[in-house]
Design a protein around this ligand. Sequence first.
Ligand code: ADP
Ligand code: ZN
Length: 623
Amino acid sequence: MPTSAVLHSPNILSILSEVFGYESFRGPQQEIIEHVTAGQDALVLMPTGGGKSLCYQIPAIARQSAGLGITIVVSPLIALMHDQVGALHEAGVSAAFLNSTLNPEEAQDIEQRLRRGEITLLYAAPERVTTPRFLALLDALYAQNLLSLFAIDEAHCVSQWGHDFRPDYRGLTILHERFPGTPRLALTATADALTRDDIVERLQLENARLFISSFDRPNIRYTIVEKKDASAQLLRFIEREHEGEAGVVYCQSRKRVEEVAEMLAQTGMDALPYHAGLDASVRQKNQNRFLRDEGVVMVATIAFGMGIDKPDVRFVAHLDMPKNIEGYYQETGRAGRDGLKADAWMVYGLQDVVNQRRMIDESPAEENFKQLMRGKLDALLALAEATDCRRVRLLSYFGEASHPCGNCDNCLHPPAVWDGTDAARKLLSTVFRAEQQSGFSFGSGHIMDILRGKATEKVSQYGHSQLTTFGIGAEFSEAQLRGVLRQLIAMGALNVQGQVFNTLQLTEGSRAVLRGDVKVWLRESVNHKPEKRSRKPHAPGPAAANLNQDDLVRYINLKAWRAEVAKEHNLPAYVIFHDATLAMIASADPQSLEDLRGISGIGVKKLEAYGQEVLKVCRVQLK
Ligand code: ADP
Ligand code: ZN
């Protein structure tokens, strides 16, 4: 059997360029690929869009060509396997999947090809990998020295700490026990230490080398705005910045998903809903539409998104606040995998703070778990209220130091801040006095009315105009006071309780604010109008930003051609060529196959399969 020593890095580089058509490795890819190709275990933490797939695909190809056999890719995403394998076929790599969508004959055919060593990468879900039948197949391959590598994708699914926990992942330790010596590579985009330690322990990866990449996604612009009328704000954001482009809108509840999808669709947008309450066939259909058609907006709960490798998602919008920064980062990371400009946009308001706190309080979990969850929520609230660079805060949450980025809302439009300490003290005293007088606590609306001296029915009903704080906050607008409230709740200086009325209570933390020991700085409540871009619907998007008129015609023709090919092959368009590749072709104005060679994204197989057609399409417009 050939030893791994024969696998040199030039081999790896030539696979990168010949098979995938890429010129250079990104970040730590090369080091990881060398390590894994040499047969060592690894745990790879890389952000979404960082390029994890190549970290196992290239070792798989290198090891197979050295006679070391098959790489098994464990992935939870049955619905995406067809496209993942299709993308490898397009690049000329022999790959297959085994899952419940195949009929028995098809599955048998693949098993036979596996035994003959004809397949380089095999995708399967953990629940299948751990079946006796599959293990017997692996036994046979192992006995023939044809089991090369296990790549365990989305490895955080093994951990209970994330929302993607899959019990079947726990069973994967059998791979290590039953096939000792077969290298294993686990990959995830979840960065926190807790999950990482859990993966190491659960998958027995104690001896694996840990590779942690930078989690920065410089092409994503982070924006967090105050929630006023969420639907109208969303509509304006999409119309102004992302007309005709693909995006994901996250909402918390299924009902809200349906409403927002409907609202967007009524304005003529191609918007579809996705949540766990929909029929599996509807979900699959909507997901396919999102992946295959251009410019679809998916309105979804967090049930949607894991493993979605569509590179040209131009925005991810949050209409409700996620639970923590891990969730926020993972969801927003689905934007701009192609490295081109993309937006992460969120609206957030008082109600989000209240809802998230309540969900934690009312969950049946243990108190120490709740405490942990509250801490994570606080970090996200602090991010939302921040007046300095969002990226610096995000990255520092993942333990990475950085400098103000110039590509987030706070960097681009430094917010005005005001000293809300006085307002905060007045608000807390009002909460205190109202409760003291009436014997029970009140909600935020009523407290603000007292503070602003509004003689409402409720104020007179409870005699609250007699309170010493009545009207002492008349100079503050309601928006300002809402900001103060949010900040106080985020700081833990106010508590929100109750199912229906959400009443406010003082906490231990209130005292320091009341005494004036803690300053409360608030961002001025102004919404920056997004820059109005004059663009037509279905504008060519950021890939084509630098093309001249002639290039643009070629680009549009190439896109139309690509759509036909993708349809014929039943694959998403980006599997054939990325937008960026088409743009490079268009501006190269190629006259021969030689001109196409070396364009990023065109490997040997694609050049052979599509080169002539691409040249023909490029010539059409010259007439
Ligand atoms: P992840 O799985 O980490 O989210 P992917 O493996 O899907 O990311 O890669 C994201 C995108 O980056 C893909 O479209 C992929 O083709 C591209 N990519 C990855 N590595 C490179 C590279 N070295 N050069 C150019 N493009 C790359
Ligand atoms: Zn910034």
